[in-house]
Design a protein around this ligand. Sequence first.
Ligand SMILES: [Fe+2]
Ligand SMILES: [Fe+2]
Length: 325
Amino acid sequence: MAAVTAVTTDTQEAEAQAAHEAAFDAAVAAEERIEPRDWMPDAYRASLVRQIAQHAHSEIIGMQPEANWITRAPTLRRKAILMAKVQDEAGHGLYLYSAAETLGTSRDELLDKLHAGRQKYSSIFNYPTLTWADVGAIGWLVDGAAITNQVPLCRCSYGPYARAMVRICKEESFHQRQGYESLLALSKGTPEQHAMAQDAVDRWWWPSLMMFGPPDGESAHSAQSMAWKIKRHSNDELRQRFVDICVPQAQALGLTLPDPDLRWNEERGHYDFGPIDWTEFWDVLKGNGPCNEQRLDRRRQAHEEGAWVREAAAAYAAKHGEARA
Ligand SMILES: [Fe+2]
Ligand SMILES: [Fe+2]
C-alpha cells in the first residue's frame, strides 16, 4: 500500500512540475514579467543571480576609477557633477543588490563572494584613470556602452531587474551626456587639452568594445539567456550598435577613434571595425589587468571601514522595530 502511495505522489509531483514549467514558458513567450513569488526554473534563478550580482558589483567597483578625480576636478561645477555621478553608481548597486535579494540571495552573501574573488565585475574598471580627460571618456564611452547594453534589459523577463533598469538607464543617460560635454570642452580647448582628450579616447575605446563580452560564438550564457528573454540582443549585435552610434559622435567631438579599419560599409549599413584583442580581454578577466588588485583591496577596505555603519543601522532598525511592537 505504502509503495503505491509513493508512486502516486511521484507522478503528482512530476505533473505539477510540468504544469509549472508550461506556465513559466507561456508567460515568457507572452512577454509577461516573472515576479519573485512566481515559480521559475532553478537554472533561470541561478542565471539571474549571477548576472545581477556581476552587474551590481560593477556599479560599486566602478565608483573607484572616477572617485579618484573628485578632489582634483578642475572647477566646482565639474566636481559637483562628478560627485553626483559617483553617488548614482552607488545607488545603482543598491537597486541591483535589492533585485538579487528578491531571488533569495542576500547582499551580504554576494558581497562576500565579490570580496573573495568568486564573482566578477566588469573588466573595464580594472583600467586606471590617468588624466582628468579619462572622466569624460568614461562618461562618453563606458557609460555609453553600458546604456547600449542595458536599455534592452528594461524589457528583461524578470520584473524586479527590468524595473531597476528603467531608472538606472535614465541616470546612465545623464552620465553619458556629462562625459560627452566634458570631452567636447577639452577637445575645443587648448592644444594640450585636445591632446589629453584624444589620449583618453585612445586608451578607452577598445576596452569599451570589450564591455559587450566575447564574440557570440564564444559567449557561454548568451543562447540560454536569450531564450529566457533575460537578454534581447547578442553581444556582437550590441557592439555593432555602439560603434555605429559612436562614430558620428567622435566626428562631432573633433576626436579620432583609434581604429584604422573603421569605415562605413554601404552594403551592411553599418561601420566595419578592426579586430579586438581578445587576449587582453581574457587576461584582464583572469585578474591580470593594471588595477585588479587595487580595486578589490580598496573594496574590501571600504567594507571593513563601513562595518560600524552597518551595525549602527541594524541597531537602529531593531530599536525602531521594538518601539513599534
Ligand atoms: Fe551605473
Ligand atoms: Fe554610470
